[in-house]
Design a protein around this ligand. Structure first.
Ligand code: PLP
Length: 375
């Protein structure tokens, strides 16, 4: 007789082991192949993955990196940004979006976000443009695309390159088209917890520009195209062969995994509809990849404690906007500068979401949330 489901079982915030179990045999074969041919840094598995991921994005080129942050750094290098230059970006993201700008000595110029999507608000971008502005870098936050058309129109009008930080948005769609080809460059993270995650660190730079792709390949490999000849100061930002092999396997499952994430999101929408929570909603132009399912409520901290006490995992993305981070104090950001981002930081709470989440688990999370509002 089957054991009845334990409705009070803990629900982890993320369950990477559940995913690994479903693909373990394929991963074993792919990793064994890399071990056999000993291509540990770049090599054929990385080259194949680059081709496959470029095709997935509908792009010409993908260049593999050892994580998303170096890909973003190299994107800034490709645009020849440096001290005195400004990049317009969002204060409400993982800090690495801004690191890339800082690494080249340029200045992140923050613009507030749109309250509905929590992405950079295109209506506020134009007034932040100065003679020093050199690029605009929005983020497809939580897997929900930013509003690409108005952002591109502004960039075109001011002759500024658009860089997509797509670290959280593999397979997200804007007006039916997968993100990654809307700007001059798009950067992805393959951190293990991402929708497409390596067995370790990984990142990718996607572009339609052959010269950008060639220079990105050189920059990730000590600034050289020919061994021991260095055309410019470069980096060791190579993707590991094993990660290329793993990502090649996982990419084959990505469409299914996104569908499963969307199933979980849909169930949350239904089950939490009559709670006081503000639920994430897709904009009319968007098909979210639901990397995260982030709800909002002014009583967020108490709800978080309640979930944790009932063994339901949850997380904060992100508790402190970048203009209020200590590392960026020199930029002079003050509370109140970006009120929408600051409110989101106080109210946001990420609920568990992953493709393997069962309906019983989703129901359990919803039950615990509802219980909080009953007591
Ligand atoms: C929006 C965003 N940008 C950049 C990064 C950096 O990617 P990585 O951790 O692979 O270096 C992340 C990773 O969490 C991210 O979420």
């Amino acid at each position: 007789m089957a054991t009845p489901p334990d409705h009070a079982a803990p629900v982890p915030y993320l369950d990477l082991a559940a995913q690994m179990r479903t693909i373990r045999k394929e991963i074993d074969v792919a990793v064994a192949r890399t071990l056999d041919h000993c291509s540990f840094c770049l090599g054929p598995d990385v080259a194949q993955f680059e081709k496959d991921f470029a095709r997935f994005c509908g792009a010409e080129y993908c260049v593999g990196f050892n994580s998303g942050t170096p890909a973003l750094h190299v994107a800034m290098k490709l645009l020849n940004l440096g001290p005195g230059d400004e990049v317009i970006t969002t204060p409400y993201t993982f800090v690495a979006t801004s690191w890339a700008i800082s690494y080249v000595g340029a200045k992140p110029v923050y613009v507030d976000i749109d309250d509905a999507t929590l992405n950079l608000d295109p209506n506020l971008v134009e007034r932040a443009i100065t003679p020093r502005t050199r690029a605009v870098m929005p983020v497809h936050l939580y897997g929900h695309p930013f509003d690409v058309d108005p952002m591109r129109a502004i960039c075109r009008k001011h002759n500024l390159p658009l860089v997509e930080d797509a670290a959280q948005a593999h397979g997200a769609r804007y007006r039916g088209q997968v993100v990654g080809t809307f700007g001059a460059i798009a950067c992805f993270s393959f951190y293990p917890g991402k929708n497409l995650g390596a067995c370790g660190e990984g990142g990718g730079l996607v572009t339609g520009d052959a010269a950008f792709a060639a220079r990105a390949r050189a920059l990730r490999e000590h600034g050289s195209t020919q061994r021991y000849y260095h055309d410019e100061v470069g980096f060791n930002y190579r993707m590991e062969g094993i990660q290329g092999a793993v990502l090649g396997v996982k990419l084959r499952h990505l469409d299914t995994w996104i569908r499963e994430r969307r199933r979980v999101a849909q169930r949350y929408h239904e089950l939490l509809a009559d709670t006081p929570l503000q639920l994430p909603r897709e904009a009319h132009y968007a098909e979210s990849a639901y990397h995260l399912y982030v709800v909002r409520h002014p009583g967020r901290d108490a709800l978080k404690r309640h979930l944790e006490a009932n063994r339901v995992g949850c997380a904060l993305h992100y508790p402190v906007p970048l203009h209020l981070q200590k590392c960026y104090a020199s930029l002079g950001g003050q509370p109140g500068d970006f009120s929408v981002a600051e409110k989101a930081a106080r109210e946001c709470l990420s609920l568990p979401i992953y493709p393997e989440m069962t309906d019983a688990q989703v129901q359990r999370v919803a039950e615990v949330v509802k219980d909080f509002y009953r007591t």
